[in-house]
Structures are given as C-alpha cells and as structure tokens.
Design a protein around this ligand. Structure first.
Ligand code: XIL
Length: 335
C-alpha cells in the first residue's frame, strides 16, 4: 500500500494542513482524510472573518471545519486569536470613530478570546495566540501594531493569560515567519524569554515555515529550533510551504523565475529541500511536535498570485491533480 504522511510520522509529530470550507468535500477532503491528522482553519477563525462586528460572530465556516475534524478523527489547531492583519477596523474604534482606550481594547481582546475559545473548548488542542508581533527590521522587538500602540507591550502576555484561563489544557503558541533570519530570530527569542521569565502561560513557538527552495539552510533551521527549545518550549512548523521562487528581496540576484513554469530544476531542488527539512524535523523528536502544511495541493495555494500577481506557485507535496509529487517520496522514504 502507498505510504501516508500521518502513518509514517506517527511516532514523530502530527501532520496538519490548512483548510477552507471548500476543501471539506470532494477529492481534497479525501486527500485530507487519507494523509493528515490535524487541520488548521486557513482564515475562518481570524478576528475579521469570525468577528466582523462588535456583537456579531460569523461561526459558520469555523464550525464546519471543527465538525469535519471531529467527524473524521482529525485534531484541530486554532489560528489565530490576536493578529494585526485581518483584524476588523471596529476593534480599535468606538461608535464615534474615535480610537479606543487601553482598557477598552483589553476588554475587547478578552471578550474575543473568551468567545472564540469557549465555543471550541476541548476541541482545539493548540492555539496560535499571538501572530507576527515582531517586525522584520529595526531594533524594536515589537511591531508597531494597533495592539501595541494602544495597549503597550503587555498585550501579548494578556492575550496568553486570557487564553489559558479559558482552556487550560490547550497548548498556547507564539507564531511568526522569517524565524530563521538571525536578527528576527534573536528578537523573537527575547520576546518569548521575557514571557517565560514572567511565567506567562506559553507552551511553544510556531515557525510558520513559508520557505522556498533557496531557504532556510539546515544550519539556520537547527539554530532556530534549538534556541526556542532552550527555553523549554516545543516547536511546531505551522504553515509549511516551499515556494519554487526566491523570496522577493533575493530576486535581483537570481535569474528571472516569473514564468509560472515548474521546471525540472525546480522539481529537483524542491525535493531535496523538503527532504532536508523533514530530516531535520525528525532529528528534534520530542521538540518538534507538529508540522502543518499551508494548503492541500498545488491546485490552489495562497502563493498563487502572491506576492507576484499573475504568478502560479507549486509549493506543496501534492500536484494539481492531488497526486503525490517527487518531493513526497523524499519525505516519506526514510526508514
Ligand atoms: C493567509 C491565507 O492563506 C490567505 O487565504 C489570506 O488571504 C491571507 O492569509 N501568515 C499567517 C496566515 O499567519 O494566516 C496567512 O494566511 C499566511 C501568512
């Protein structure tokens, strides 16, 4: 029989995938049930989509995803409770359009976390409590978001405390991208260390893992995992994909790769890169506790048209017909 991701990795870590409601029927649903034992709502539990107005929640999509998980014995990973992006404007303003006070915003944050987590209490094993709070550049460890501007740096610990109070058995994560760049890794480390020193209930760091066939190096990845693990935290790869294009800031040095053509060279490089990534994750058994892919197959990825409009990407392990790619083999053939 054909190997599956979740079986091959059952002694190492859970294997997840980001899903939208449209993935829950048809061939994608079959693939999800066959290969994965965890799902993350791609958008349905974010502040804007789930909480579009102060006293109105939009539970339909989030409910459908949790129900699909429950029905099929697939765990659900929550994403995300506090993020500057996809946050609704009403959250930061009062009825007259004036910016809310620190107390008002904290009260809203608490209400939001309470309502969302209570609804799914016991059905979500881990939450990305705070997402992308650290900027890529500059000295400050805090992104200048509305949360930071209005509340101050303690919005982060408050979010974790509210979350822990609602569901003490859920594992709580700080989640971010670019976690392998030395400068950002260091800032995230400082942030998370402060939380640990203050006994804030945080259990892990999520490395989003929006990588490419050019990055990260194995050494960079190991350094990140080890540094966060040194704080006694688990590490999960929460949004894995391996773009076949260089990241934007490196594009000028690389040859032009904007033709949307999936070349033999890309296929080779991608297979090798995926193999290196999973070889590394397995090295950290017990520390790396979950690996989640960001979308199901190359049929449709959030990287299609992003960050370059009109460009298709091929970042996942299954092709546009839902068939395992060459990279899949390298990931499952290790015994
Ligand atoms: C992305 C979704 O995949 C898209 O559908 C949406 O339009 C934008 O957000 N970091 C995160 C994820 O934490 O929530 C983002 O998901 C990708 C980057």
């Amino acid at each position: 029989a054909q190997k599956t991701l979740k079986d091959v990795y059952k002694d190492y870590f859970s294997i997840g995938v980001a899903v939208a409601p449209r993935n829950l029927s048809g061939p994608e649903a079959e693939l999800i049930k066959q290969q994965f034992n965890s799902i993350t709502p791609e958008n349905a539990m974010k502040m804007g989509p789930v909480h579009p107005e102060e006293n109105r929640y939009n539970w339909q999509d989030a409910d459908a995803i949790v129900e699909f998980g429950q029905k099929n014995g697939i765990m659900v990973r929550g994403h995300t409770l506090c993020w500057h992006s996809q946050a609704p404007r009403w959250f930061f303003t009062d009825t007259e359009g004036k910016q809310v006070s620190r107390e008002q915003l904290l009260a809203r944050l608490k209400q939001h976390i309470t309502d969302v987590m209570s609804r799914y209490k016991g059905k979500i094993y881990a939450w990305d409590v705070v997402n992308e709070a650290v900027p890529d550049t500059g000295k400050s460890i805090y992104r200048q978001s509305k949360f930071y501007e209005i509340i101050g740096e303690d919005y982060i610990e408050k979010a974790f405390e509210f979350a822990h109070e609602i569901d003490p058995s859920a594992k709580l994560f700080y989640n971010d991208y670019n976690t392998e760049s030395a400068a950002k890794r260091e800032k995230i480390y400082q942030l998370v260390k402060k939380l640990k020193d203050k006994k804030v209930p945080i259990h892990g760091v999520g490395l989003q893992g929006h990588w490419s066939i050019y990055e990260p190096t194995q050494q960079q990845l190991e350094k990140s995992i080890e540094q966060f693990a040194s704080l006694g935290l688990q590490v999960q790869i929460t949004e894995l994909d391996v773009s076949v294009y260089p990241k934007e800031h490196e594009r000028r040095q690389k040859k032009d790769t904007d033709q949307s053509v999936y070349t033999e060279e890309m296929i080779q490089k991608q297979s090798a890169h995926y193999k290196m990534l999973f070889d590394t994750f397995r090295k950290y058994k017990g520390t790396v506790t979950g690996v989640t892919f960001w979308n199901v197959s190359d049929k449709s990825s959030w990287l299609d048209n992003f960050p370059v409009a009109g460009r298709k990407d091929y970042p996942l392990l299954f092709d546009q017909n839902y068939k395992p790619k060459k990279a899949f083999k390298g990931v499952v053939d290790f015994k």
